[in-house]
Design a protein around this ligand. Sequence first.
Ligand code: HEC
Length: 199
Amino acid sequence: MRRPGARCLAAGAALGALMAVASGLGAFYAAAVWGWLPANADAKPPALEKWIANKALDAVILREAPTKPNPLQLDDRNLIDGIHLYAANCAVCHGASDGRPSPIARGLYQKAPQLARYGVEDDEDGDVYWKVAHGIRMTGMPSFSGSLRDRQLWQIVLFLKNMESLPPAAQKAWEAVPSAAPRSVARRGNSTSSKEKHS
Ligand code: HEC
């Protein structure tokens, strides 16, 4: 049987831990209701927030993303359909072939990558599919599983994965997508679709 002193010590430690958690939650609540928690979008995400958000995203994708390759055939029809879907649903945040951001893209907290410059060609098909289907919580990246059919999601993935090496007809359709940047900005500089991968 345990000695009464040891039991007392264990109870004290448990109570101490409980009080620490309660005061942590209390401080968090107070910070929220007194306006000390940053709620603005015009800020740079702190490194710790980025680290934990990326860790969580990578872990969920590893667990949930389909591992099969794109079921669609790589042909002009699927690529061009993917480009039209991208123009209608994504270009406002991820830009057109000139890689220049719209005011919406500039103002998001978690910046939307301009995919003509920072593409996802090297990512797995299933990972890109998961992000487009489910979105990315607490960023501006919406989920499209409720608004696009599965085939359409894979057509977009096909386009994104092949954006750098499109056959001529698809390349023409891609370059015809209007720039997302305001006119004055879009006209400045040449319209390049050259890419620099970010790390
Ligand atoms: C309202 C803005 C918005 C729209 C519309 C939007 N996205 Fe996003 N998207 C974002 C943001 C913001 C991120 C960055 C999230 C982060 O930092 O984790 C993102 C991230 C992504 C990523 C991950 C990029 C990477 O480097 O891993 C992909 C892929 C993507 N979006 C594809 C799409 C596609 C395809 C569409 C259209 C079907 C779309 N997005 C529509 C805002 C948007």
